[in-house]
Design a protein around this ligand. Structure first.
Ligand code: ATP
Length: 194
């Protein structure tokens, strides 16, 4: 994973995660959690609060006494796909996300611009879905234990890959509703014209 201008990582910083356990060690406030935030962010996280900020712009390096703020934050994540876990014809997949202070944002898969949805779709069958249960934050275990049965079912559905289809179904139903409203309007207009 390479971070540029993301939170406390002003200069380009590359972290390599080898198979097995990786420990990140450092003094309080040195940026350990920012690494996890970057991982969630590049995989499409949309909630500024989840990323411990007030607004999304807060992920952009805000400057220090000796260094001016930057205009953009960029994170790219290269995933070894030799086992074909991601449904794409490449043995190595790089997803990247850039946010500009001016407001624009860009996503790319292997250097080609794409939509957030494309990244979410690419990752969702691999268990790295939108709800990010692969990242267990401080206090989150507690939240799972205290969850209502409905919420707990949500966790299981996400893990089983059902949630993606549920979200698509909801989206399709909303479109159908809108279409029905258009049809009704059309029928009204036809009656008026006659
Ligand atoms: P702890 O051990 O206390 O949990 P940590 O090593 O996990 O600490 P983080 O929470 O990752 O530390 O990093 C916090 C640091 O990141 C703070 O010093 C904060 O000022 C800095 N930081 C966060 N956002 C930005 C930003 N947009 N620009 C510059 N620095 C930032």
């Amino acid at each position: 994973m390479t971070l540029r201008g993301f939170k406390s990582f002003a200069s380009a910083t590359t972290l390599s995660f080898e198979p097995g356990v990786t420990c990140v060690v450092g003094p309080n406030g040195s940026g350990k959690s920012n690494v996890v935030d970057a991982l969630a962010w590049v995989m499409g996280e949309q909630g500024a609060k989840t990323l411990r900020g007030g607004k999304m712009e807060d992920v952009i390096f805000a400057g220090t006494a000796g260094r001016p703020p930057l205009g953009r934050a960029e994170v790219s994540l290269t995933i070894d796909n030799t086992d074909g876990a991601l449904p794409i014809d490449y043995t190595e997949v790089t997803i990247s996300r850039t946010l500009f202070r001016s407001g624009g944002s860009e996503y790319a898969i292997n250097g080609s611009a794409c939509r957030l949805l494309d990244i979410q779709d690419l990752l969702s069958d691999s268990g790295l879905g939108r709800e990010m249960h692969v990242i267990v934050g401080q206090g989150q275990l507690d939240a799972v234990l205290r969850a209502t049965p409905e919420d707990r079912r949500g966790f299981v559905e996400e893990a089983a890959g059902v949630l993606k289809h549920r979200k698509r179904k909801e989206k399709a139903l909303r479109k159908l509703d809108a279409m029905q409203a258009n049809l009704t309007r059309l029928a009204d207009l036809t009656t008026e014209i006659r």
